[in-house]
Design a protein around this ligand. Structure first.
Ligand SMILES: CC(C)(COP(=O)(O)OP(=O)(O)OC[C@H]1O[C@@H](n2cnc3c(N)ncnc32)[C@H](O)[C@@H]1OP(=O)(O)O)[C@@H](O)C(=O)NCCC(=O)NCCS
Length: 158
């Protein structure tokens, strides 16, 4: 029974694009952290080629990452994310270059949802349970349990 359950789980991961995209990120991140740069680079690039998902192996993402549709997702190197991130298509989490030429990345809390087409950039914090609306451009902090919408994004309570 347990074997059947695990085979089903494995099949689910290998046959679905979105679960496979998460698996490839996890592998690239694990290889990066264990100084196996070539393998890390291989899974990072394979994820882009097969799934259109470019998550840097250096990005730190907590457990239960969910990708709804693996189309056009970019997550930059210095990004730090808590657990249970839900991410939709065409989402960018990326850097802004500060005055000293240093790239600054977002810090994202737990249970955050990033809806299609949104862009989250720079040295900002997205609080726990926050939502970023479709096509929003977020350049300032988003408090917990709020929704950020528009360009530039404004905050509304959930
Ligand atoms: C952002 C969202 C979560 C807000 O949901 P909600 O709290 O139920 O809010 P409402 O739909 O009642 O809208 C509240 C206000 O936000 C505005 N709003 C909603 N989505 C917006 C967006 N993407 N950009 C700008 N404003 C938006 C509405 O116009 C409304 O404005 P008003 O108060 O001035 O009338 C929801 O509108 C949404 O877009 N969900 C994502 C759905 C989606 O992307 N599905 C596809 C998945 S593949």
């Amino acid at each position: 029974m347990l074997i059947k359950k695990n085979i089903f789980k494995l099949w689910h991961v290998l046959s679905g694009k979105t679960a496979r995209a998460v698996l490839f990120y996890r592998l690239s991140n694990w290889f990066y952290n264990n100084k196996l740069k070539l393998l890390s680079h291989f899974f990072w690039r394979l994820n882009v080629t097969l799934h259109s998902v470019e998550i840097s192996p250096m990005a730190k993402i907590g457990k239960d990452l969910k990708i709804a549709h693996s189309v056009g997702i970019v997550i930059g190197a210095g990004t730090s994310v808590g657990k249970n991130l839900s991410i939709y298509q065409n989402v960018t989490i990326g850097s802004k270059i500060d005055r000293n030429g240093k790239a600054q990345y977002p810090i994202i809390g737990d249970n955050v949802t990033l809806y299609p087409g949104c862009v989250v950039i720079g040295n900002i914090t997205i609080g726990d349970d926050a939502v970023v609306a479709p096509n929003a451009v977020v350049i300032k902090d988003v408090p917990s349990k709020t929704v950020a919408m528009g360009i530039p994004a404004i905050i509304k309570s959930l």
